[in-house]
Design a protein around this ligand. Structure first.
Ligand SMILES: Nc1ncnc2c1ncn2[C@@H]1O[C@H](COP(=O)(O)OP(=O)(O)OP(=O)(O)O)[C@@H](O)[C@H]1O
Ligand SMILES: [Mg+2]
Length: 340
């Protein structure tokens, strides 16, 4: 405690920074607004998000961590650097920083993260994989010889892991997550209702109306604005949960397949633990209405959403620094000059 331990959840859609003893100090979209003529970064986070879909031709708003991988090295570095600068002013001692990186990023992409953190000043830098961070953030004792299963439904990826004795026993990941659900809904509205809808509106519709367990008695509806593909003119359309159900289930089914694959490979003793303890959902995507019930029905185990699903990974990333010696996998020291 008092060590200025910082945890950064570098998510595809959202970056969350947690400081030990202070809590969550930053929660902003992982977006960068860049001037394509000069290459200059204009804004990051909330300020850049306001520009999405509304920028003049020479300003582009980009999410540099697309689908769980770093699609733009330079912009990712700038994103991290600027976020850290915002929270660093409150620190007296150089911090230890742990960063949760998307599970499928490669060595060279990790270097962008490490360089960005190092450039702002850090005593030590650690990288942690998302399922490990999620499990630590849930407050479950993952160091006991018991199996626990976590499913983190983020924006870019869904990560499934079985954890026991401080390490990952089995894990898998799929790119079916919040963003691809949005895309499936956009596609559905184009085909079924000939209307083009923007990303922000579709995300709102998903949160308000989409439901994996949609049924006539719990049907919800909302009105969405877009552009008619038939007339080219602005159009409003009322959409309900039942209408979105087939598209939602296609995505949910993929998450089931991923989790099922992990369960199939889990040693029987641990599978028994998971059967009695159930599965914990984390990540913003776990808030999709009915997802817990749907997964429970399909996987035939109890499924519950973590207490603070959105901040769980950032919290666990920060806490990982206290457990550095006990974490068996999915965590490593990446301090430049101290690696290995
Ligand atoms: N109430 C809700 N219902 C459905 N989806 C939601 C809800 N709230 C947030 N989401 C979705 O959660 C996703 C973001 O989750 P999260 O912040 O955990 O992702 P991330 O950590 O940035 O991504 P990743 O872990 O894949 O890198 C978005 O797709 C968002 O639309
Ligand atoms: Mg995440």
């Amino acid at each position: 405690m008092g060590n200025n331990n910082i945890g950064i959840d570098l998510g595809t859609t959202t970056t969350i920074i947690y400081i030990e003893g202070k809590g969550v100090v930053l929660n902003e979209p992982s977006v960068v607004a860049v001037n394509t003529e000069t290459g200059k970064v204009m804004a990051v986070g909330d300020d850049a998000a306001k520009m999405v879909g509304r920028t003049p031709a020479h300003i582009q708003a980009v999410y540099p961590l697309k689908d769980g991988i770093i699609s733009d090295y330079k912009l990712t570095k700038e994103l991290i650097r600027r976020f850290l600068m915002k929270v660093y002013s409150s620190l007296i001692v150089k911090p230890q920083v742990a960063v949760c990186v998307p599970s499928e990023i490669s060595g060279i992409e990790n270097d962008a993260v490490i360089e960005a953190v190092a450039s702002v000043g850090a005593r030590r830098i650690y990288l942690i994989e998302e399922p490990m961070a999620a499990s630590l953030g849930c407050g479950v004792d993952i160091f006991r010889p018991e199996g626990h299963m976590f499913i983190d439904v983020g924006g870019g990826t869904t990560d499934v892991a079985v954890v026991s004795l401080g390490g990952q026993v089995r894990s898998a990941s799929t790119t079916v997550a919040g963003n691809s659900i949005d895309e499936a809904l956009i596609h559905h509205l184009r085909i079924a209702h000939s209307i083009a809808v923007g990303k922000k509106s579709i995300e709102t519709l998903k949160k308000e109306v989409a439901d994996c367990m949609a049924a006539p008695e719990r049907n919800r509806s909302s009105t969405i604005s877009g552009r008619s593909l038939l007339t080219g003119l602005p159009q409003r359309l009322t959409v309900d949960s039942m209408d979105l159900l087939p598209s939602i289930l296609e995505c949910a089914e993929d998450i089931v397949r991923c989790a099922h694959g992990v369960l199939e490979q889990t040693p029987p003793e641990l599978a028994g633990d998971i059967f009695s303890e159930g599965v914990i959902l984390t990540g913003g995507g776990s808030l999709l209405r009915g997802l817990d019930e749907y997964l429970s029905q399909k996987l035939k185990v109890k499924v519950r959403v973590a207490q603070d699903p959105v901040n769980c990974v950032a919290l666990g990333t920060g806490r990982s620094l206290d457990y550095a010696d006990r974490l068996e996998s999915g965590f490593r020291n990446a301090t430049p000059g101290l690696r290995g």
